[in-house]
Write a protein that binds this ligand. Sequence first.
Ligand code: ZN
Length: 292
Amino acid sequence: MINALTIDVEDNHRIVARNLLGQQGPPSEAVVANTNRLLEHLRNRGVRATFFVLGEVGATFPELVRTIVNDGHELGVHGFYHMEVFRLTPEQFRREIGDAKSLLEDLSGAAIQGHRAPTFSITPQTHWALDILAEVGFKYDSSIFPFQKSERYGWAGFPLGIHRMTLGNGRSIVEAPLPVVSFLRKRLPACGGGYLRHFPYWYTRWAMRRIQRERPAIAYLHPYDIDTGPTPDWLRTALAAAGNPAAFYLAYQRRNRHTVESKFVRLLGNFRFAPLIEVIERVLGATSGMGP
Ligand SMILES: [Zn+2]
């Protein structure tokens, strides 16, 4: 079984500053350093992946986008400013994804087919976003976590496998849901982000093996998941000045980060991966109209 490896390229510090302090500004160099470390591991192992890149990261660091594409990886869109779908009107969402798609296509010369929403924010409440994705020209989406975590995250009962959805606007789009493992009649999230960070490696390996018996697993992580450096001074000072009790949040975000890079390398050694577009083409076949 060939699984998909997907990486959401964003600068966590900038997103924290924006969401918690309302402070605007470009992404920091940390996103470049961390992404380059992931790229190096992939190069060493000869593995190709899908990078869902934020528009603001591409606008600030165009060279990073070119490196990703030159290394043979697939480029996708992760929105422009990491605005969750539930914060946006349909017209704002159209602008977020349209602007990011045009920018990344101009920078790379590659046609972009795939999208991942920030914090998996396509849910039963925001499924209108899929219609707009199809209208803007996306061939597939990978934003739905098929289990219920909260009202703003997850979609209980959503089908687990890659499939084509017919939309209300008469169009269709392929959805590639995030990985959950079925166990004791429950759906457990696995194989990425916080689940990779908090749980020991054996959990991820167990989940990957169990999922890939039935369908490809779509693993995911962020460049900042491997960043073990301290919270930068500018952010710590700004949070303290605002009296924001985010120290706890940042500590939680950092918990176990030192384990992620070695788990990532073990994953690359233990499982086969390809860019998500190639996995989708394998599952749906040549009739899916997913080709160039
Ligand atoms: Zn994200």
